[in-house]
Design a protein around this ligand. Structure first.
Ligand code: NDP
Length: 478
């Protein structure tokens, strides 16, 4: 597949005339070519968004909701294609690509269609006046997304952004460009007005950076790593762009001795290793109350070792490949660091796979015990199939360990005492906590982190707030 940029309703080549290679994480083979875009391509895309803005922003919420529904319909007809492309491009199991990526990509458009259709202006009455709050488009949005959940995260931004009347330029990760291209084909097929959604492929420096700093871009919604987020924030600051940053995480799963182990063990395995641990919400530090530590660890390791790793296209596969050789190297380095820090590898190593996968990026799920709670492996984001397990004695101890990281995105608590679960949850410095579950998403609720995990919230009305300017019109009565 030789991909193109999508600008002003046309698929066009990058000005550089250069493409980058897109590799299959599972086999290492080249599966596509991605435009190597540069500033001039970004300029064209921003101009297209600017040209489209007046007519798109003058549509009503209901009219724009209808477009979102049409996009959802078209994506739904491509459900299996989304799953296949995403599995091939990211190395994730096909079952996961169907259940999570394809499902949420369609759902995001449907969900925002529904809430934007029903959006009403708020009123605040005074004795002698009325305040009417309206939501106006911000302008041109730069939407920048990572490789772990490509269309899931892109659609999470595109739907509320255009639904609220903005026009956008998207920059997906160069590592996983395929489903962003599919989305452009979908909007092209349904005849979405040209310039409302534009797409510039390329790397962060060549395409992402000029997009974020472009003087005509009014808002930036960025999901990615914390260090990139800091650069993006700096570039966006001089022109006071509206900014949402969804960044890294190092989330704790806190397991109390009164938990239901039959539910907790599979729940914590899922939270540790879904998508090979490459989900910002993954619970990669597992804190276990000391009286059940041995039993939990034995059952947990057993369950981890029973996960089927291998061919992402196989329906039974639970774990696929890592995104890139560079990312695999990072994971291997952290395993060395863990050993140097005194950690014990309870399970891990390399899976034994057929020859066709020998050039892929493979490593077995790795469980590490005996590390200090402030060791590098238990406080830094690794973003791969590695979890560290630690003992705690009391509620206070668990809270202290959970808060001992620069990140503050999410976490989970496992207990049958819901009062205790809620009490502990309130004291964890994160944006989200699940009790007796993980990644159980209601799209109406706020999503985002504190500390180095980000700035702002998206989700439900928080997305609508971010992707719009609220304006108050105060009318004095006679
Ligand atoms: P990166 O920060 O490396 O990249 C994210 C996106 O930013 C990519 O499209 C990248 O382009 C682009 N980019 C890189 N440099 C710049 C720049 N200077 N200006 C503008 N854009 C730039 O993250 P990863 O793709 O490696 O994703 C993994 C990270 O994402 C993890 O830290 C994870 O925790 C986080 N994440 C957070 C989520 C959340 O909701 N909080 C959800 C999912 C992931 P390219 O890669 O093409 O160079």
């Amino acid at each position: 597949m030789k991909l193109q940029n999508y600008i002003s309703g046309s698929f066009i080549e990058p000005d550089s005339g250069e493409w980058m290679e897109d590799y299959s994480p599972a086999t290492g083979e080249i599966i596509g070519h991605v435009p190597k875009s540069q500033k001039s391509d970004v300029n064209k895309a921003v101009q297209a968004a600017k040209d489209a803005l007046p007519s798109w922003s003058s549509l009503t919420h209901v009219e724009r909701s209808e477009w979102l529904d049409k996009i959802a319909d078209n994506l739904e007809s491509k459900y299996e294609e989304i799953a296949q492309l995403e599995s091939k491009d990211t190395g994730k199991p096909i079952s996961l690509a169907r259940e999570v990526d394809a499902y949420r990509s369609v759902k995001n458009f449907r969900f925002f269609a529904e809430i934007i259709r029903n959006l009403e202006s708020e009123h605040f009455e005074m004795e002698d006046a009325n305040n009417r709050i309206i939501y106006k488009p911000v302008g041109i949005g730069a939407l920048i997304t990572p490789w772990n959940l490509p269309l899931y995260l892109l659609s999470w931004k595109v739907a509320p952004a255009i639904g609220m009347g903005n026009t956008v330029v998207c920059k997906p990760s160069e590592l996983t460009p395929m489903t962003a291209d599919l989305l452009m084909k979908a909007i092209h097929e349904i005849g979405l007005p040209k310039g409302v959604i534009n797409l510039v492929h390329g790397d962060g420096i060549g395409a992402g950076s000029p997009l974020v700093s472009h003087q005509d871009v009014n808002l930036v919604s960025f999901t990615g790593g914390t260090s990139t987020g800091a650069i993006v924030a700096q570039s966006a600051a001089p022109s006071f762009k509206k900014l949402s940053l969804e960044l890294g995480g190092k989330n704790s799963s806190i397991i109390f001795n009164d938990c239901d182990l039959d539910k907790t063990v599979p729940g914590v395995v899922r939270s540790g290793f879904l998508n090979q641990g490459q989900v910002c919400l993954c619970g990669s530090r597992i804190l276990v109350q000391e009286s059940i530590y041995d039993e939990f660890v034995e059952r947990f390791v057993n369950e981890v070792e029973n996960m089927k790793i291998g061919d992402p296209s196989n329906e039974d596969t639970k774990l696929g490949a890592l995104i890139s050789p560079e990312h695999l190297l990072k994971i291997e380095e952290y395993i060395h660091i863990a050993k140097d820090e005194g950690g014990t590898i309870l399970t891990g190593g390399y899976p034994c796979l057929p020859k066709e996968f020998e050039k892929g990026n493979w490593i077995a799920p790795t469980v590490i015990a005996d590390l200090k709670v402030n060791s590098r492996c238990s406080t830094e984001e690794i973003f791969g199939p590695i979890v560290t397990i630690h003992k705690f004695s009391s509620e206070e101890d668990a809270i202290k360990i959970a808060n001992n990281t620069r990140y503050g995105l999410a976490g989970s608590i496992w207990t049958t005492d819901l009062e205790k679960g809620n009490r502990v949850a309130e004291q964890i410095h994160t944006g989200m906590i699940w009790i007796n579950t993980w990644l159980h998403r209601d799209l109406r609720v706020p999503f985002g982190g504190v500390k180095d995990s980000g700035v702002g919230r998206e989700g439900g009305k928080w997305s609508l707030g971010f992707f719009s300017e609220t304006m108050n019109i105060c009318t004095k009565y006679d």
